[in-house]
Design a protein around this ligand. Structure first.
Ligand code: ZN
Length: 236
């Protein structure tokens, strides 16, 4: 078997094998969740950035979005990346990375908060790591983020937003505090620091720390999405 098979090729072959058409592949197909044929984290990152380049240039291929693509994934999924990003309507990961159904496991929460987030977010992230074995995790912030802007606006004021919103932006305030020490625009820096703190938090998750030494490699990156240009920039 060609070991250069991409994850998607492999998923496709798994589907064929499950129909009994390629019976010799059935054992390999059962290894689907072990990522025997996965791309490297670097390969996945390149795939996402290539997709973003197509999106930015107006040449998106909009792959794998037909009913057939959906039904092929009825029994299993094998996403190539976990994207943790903002709930903002202007930041749809499958579109801006030019990916299709089944390609991305996406956790969306206002302000793309990882640091201090509760068990629902943490559990969703750990599921992608331990059960889906994603090789790449990206925390994706974006320009003009309303949640981060709210944290910037309210950090020195006594007035508080209504309901749970105050608690939510409270989780972003440490990033704003760190940004105050940096030169440049406070909001832009806070958006970046919020991503940095998310990446730092991920590296301390039990699911990451306790990974066996022989587990498939996993890469965690921070990135920001520019609403004006459509471009995703990986943070150093
Ligand atoms: Zn946002």
């Amino acid at each position: 078997m060609n070991l250069d098979l991409s994850r998607r090729d492999f998923v496709g072959l798994s589907g064929i094998a499950s129909l009994g058409i390629v019976s010799t592949l059935s054992n390999s197909a059962s290894a689907n969740s072990t990522q025997s044929f996965s791309q490297t984290p670097e390969g996945v990152l390149k795939d996402l950035l290539d997709g973003n380049a197509r999106f930015v240039s107006g040449e998106a291929s909009s792959p794998r979005r037909t009913p057939k693509d959906f039904s092929a994934l009825e029994d299993s999924q094998n996403p190539e990346a976990l994207i943790i990003t903002c709930a903002d309507s202007r930041v749809p990961p499958e579109i801006l990375f030019d990916q299709g159904v089944g390609d991305l496991f996406v956790v969306r929460i206002a302000g793309n908060i990882v640091n201090g987030s509760g068990v629902v977010v943490k559990g969703s992230i750990e599921y992608a790591i331990t059960e889906l074995n994603v090789p790449l995790i990206m925390v994706l912030g974006h320009s003009n983020c309303g949640a981060v802007n709210a944290a910037v606006k309210h950090i020195d004021k006594n007035d508080v937003p209504p309901g749970a919103l105050n608690e939510l932006i409270g989780l972003i305030k440490p990033a704003v505090e760190r940004s105050k020490k940096l030169p440049g625009d406070l909001l832009e820096n806070a958006i970046r620091e919020n991503v940095v703190m998310g990446v730092e938090r991920l590296r301390k998750l039990d699911a990451i720390v306790s990974r066996p030494a022989n587990a498939s490699p996993i890469k965690i990156v921070g990135a920001t999405y520019d609403l004006r240009t459509g471009r995703v920039m990986i943070m150093p």
